[in-house]
Design a protein around this ligand. Sequence first.
Ligand SMILES: Cc1cc2nc3c(=O)[nH]c(=O)nc-3n(C[C@H](O)[C@H](O)[C@H](O)COP(=O)(O)O)c2cc1C
Length: 375
Amino acid sequence: MPGIESEPLKFAYWVPNVSGGLVTSDIEQRTDWGYEYNRDLAVLAENSGFEYALSQVRYTASYGAAYQHESTGFSLALLLATQRLKVIAAIHPGLWHPGVLAKFIASADVISGGRAAVNVVSGWFKDEFTGLGEPWLEHDERYRRSEEFIRVLKELWASDHAEFGGDFYRIHDFDIKPKPVGRPHPEIFQGGNSTAARKLAGRVSDWYFSNGKDFDGFSEQVEEVRGYAAENDHAVRFGLNGFVIARETESEAKAVLREIVEKANTDAVEGFRNAVKQAGGSTSDKKGMWADSEFKDLVQYNDGFRTGLIGTPEQIADRAIEYKRRGANLLLLGFLHYLEDVEHFGKHVLPVIRAKEADLERGAATPEPLAVSTP
Ligand SMILES: Cc1cc2nc3c(=O)[nH]c(=O)nc-3n(C[C@H](O)[C@H](O)[C@H](O)COP(=O)(O)O)c2cc1C
């Protein structure tokens, strides 16, 4: 994919469609999981430089999240409330039939003028599957199913006579109309970082999402996934999760992080820690999400503190640029008080990032990256 590295860094935010915000902590959070708040947030985000929003999927009250809005319906509502924002809905193979989802996303894409996307999540939460009476496949089998799921989506979106013969799905002479309008198809993001997840991205995903990582942890994934993609003559982009705490001084930002962790909801974090052992940690090479997470990392569901986007706008911009140099095409961001923090990011952090990106393009020397700034 020529020129992919020189594209401007893109920004996404986690839609707070699950109650309790993005941290499992009793710190005051002014974020609201309801629709009106999220509608206003989506409009604010697209006016603040965000190109994407990612709706989470959680089906049952659990681990500090008592209420959840369903991701595909909620994403469509946000698409209708906005003009330019692309909204990515997280979905589980195993709980959706790919033909039904292909149909839903095709309609959402047509209605929104090509702004619908999906995040295929293979699953870590066993109780959600067994509680719904669905089988819980072994880790790598979940990824084999996800690959078939993605291939079926693409086939149904492209062909007037879709055919697919797999172990999980069989499609025969099927025609979905209307076809989506996004080209070549609605973008397919993929969450999951195990070896099986990396290989999947190297074969079929448009985007590989990394959990929060320091520089080396991110680079290690980029190199491996790029290797798999090269073997398959496939192009994949990279998104990296990070939790942003931007304040006037570094010590103020770090104090907020300390308070979040000190006020962590310990039972919820421990329950979550136990449940996510079903992810990459359950495989023989123990690579994957949460495989080496500590308690304080898990206070942010997706290890977002590890990315170290915590400090002054200048410090955050320096790190963002370093991640870009290491292969990030997109930063997926979470915030404490969404409405306030997204607006602040757009006004005070993004312009610094854009100025540094312009320097990078001109070949100007970039400052040495800062050390990972978690206390
Ligand atoms: C950015 C991102 C978003 C994710 N969103 C969800 C989600 O909304 N719901 C969910 O159940 N899992 C979600 N996951 C989890 C993964 O899809 C995956 O199923 C799980 O973590 C196992 O990953 P691994 O075994 O490959 O390490 C997300 C992962 C990432 C990286």
